[in-house]
Ligand binder design. Structure first.
Ligand SMILES: [Zn+2]
Length: 242
C-alpha cells in the first residue's frame, strides 16, 4: 500500500494505492485533470488502475476533476450522504463568515480564491452519480479507507483513516496552513469557508482518537508527529485566536 501526494502549493489531492489498484482521494480542482497522468506514472500505474474517487467533502477544491473522469471512464465517486446535495448541484452550503471580506483583508485568501477561480472553480461541475457513505463505513475501494465523520467545515465532512498505512486524510477538518490568514498549522479551517466552527471544534476529538502517525491535509504539507499532537497544536492556536 502507498499514498502519493499530487496537486499544487495551494491544493493537494492524493492517490491511495493497494495491490496495483488506485483510489483518488479528493480530486483537486477541475483544471487539475492533466495532472492525473503524471501522478499515476510516478507510482507506476495507469488510468486503467483507477477504481474510485473518494471525497472528504464536496467543496470545489476537492470535487475537482471528479465529473470529468466519471464522464470519460465511468469512475465511481463516493462522498458522505450529507455532501451529496453540494456534489450534485455545485452549490456550497452557507458559511459562518464572508469570503468576500476575507478576500478584501487577506492576501492569502486572495491567492487561494483566485487560484480556485482560475482553475475551473467559478462554475463548479455537478457530479451526476455519487455513491453515499456513512460514518464508520469501511469503503470497498483500494486502500479500504474507513470513514470518520468530522463535520464542521462542511455538513458531511469526513476524514478517511487508512489503518494499514498508519495514516489519515484530513480533507479540511485540519489544515496544514490556514487558507485565509496563511497561518501555519495544524490549524482549524477558517470560518469564512466553514459551515459550523462549533462542530469543527467538536470533530477534533474524533481526529485526536485516530491511530494515525501521518495526516494528509487538503492544504499544506503532511504532518508526521501523530494525530493527538496535531490536534493539540490546532487547539492551542484556536485558544490564542479566540
Ligand atoms: Zn479545501
Amino acid at each position: 500500500m502507498s499514498i502519493h501526494r499530487a496537486g499544487t502549493e495551494i491544493v493537494n489531492w492524493y492517490l491511495l494505492e493497494e495491490g496495483g489498484k488506485v483510489t483518488i482521494v479528493d480530486a483537486g480542482l477541475p483544471a487539475y485533470r492533466p495532472q492525473l497522468g503524471g501522478a499515476l506514472r510516478a507510482i507506476g500505474r495507469t488510468l486503467e488502475d483507477v477504481e474510485a474517487i473518494v471525497l472528504t467533502h464536496a467543496h470545489i477544491d476537492h470535487v475537482g476533476f471528479s465529473q470529468l473522469l466519471q464522464d470519460e471512464r465511468g469512475t465511481p465517486v463516493y462522498a458522505h450522504e450529507a455532501e451529496l446535495p453540494q456534489a450534485q448541484t455545485g452549490k456550497a452550503p452557507r458559511t459562518e463568515g464572508s469570503w468576500v471580506s476575507a478576500v478584501l483583508h487577506y492576501s492569502t485568501a486572495r491567492k487561494v480564491v483566485f487560484h480556485i477561480v482560475r482553475n475551473g472553480g467559478a462554475r463548479p461541475p455537478k457530479v451526476v452519480r455519487v455513491g453515499a457513505f456513512a460514518d464508520g463505513d469501511e469503503l470497498d475501494v483500494p486502500g479500504r479507507p474507513r470513514v470518520v465523520a468530522t463535520p464542521g467545515h462542511s455538513p458531511g465532512h469526513c476524514a478517511l483513516h487508512v489503518p494499514g498505512e498508519g495514516a489519515a486524510f484530513m480533507g479540511d477538518a485540519l489544515c496544514g496552513w490556514q487558507t485565509v490568514t496563511g497561518e501555519p498549522g495544524p490549524i482549524l479551517p477558517p470560518r469564512e469557508f466553514s459551515n459550523s466552527m462549533t462542530r469543527a471544534r467538536e470533530s477534533l476529538a474524533r481526529i485526536e482518537a485516530l491511530d494515525a502517525q501521518t495526516l494528509y491535509f487538503g492544504h499544506g504539507d503532511p504532518w508526521t508527529a501523530g494525530a493527538p499532537a496535531a490536534v493539540a497544536e490546532a487547539r492551542a492556536r484556536d485558544a490564542r485566536a479566540t
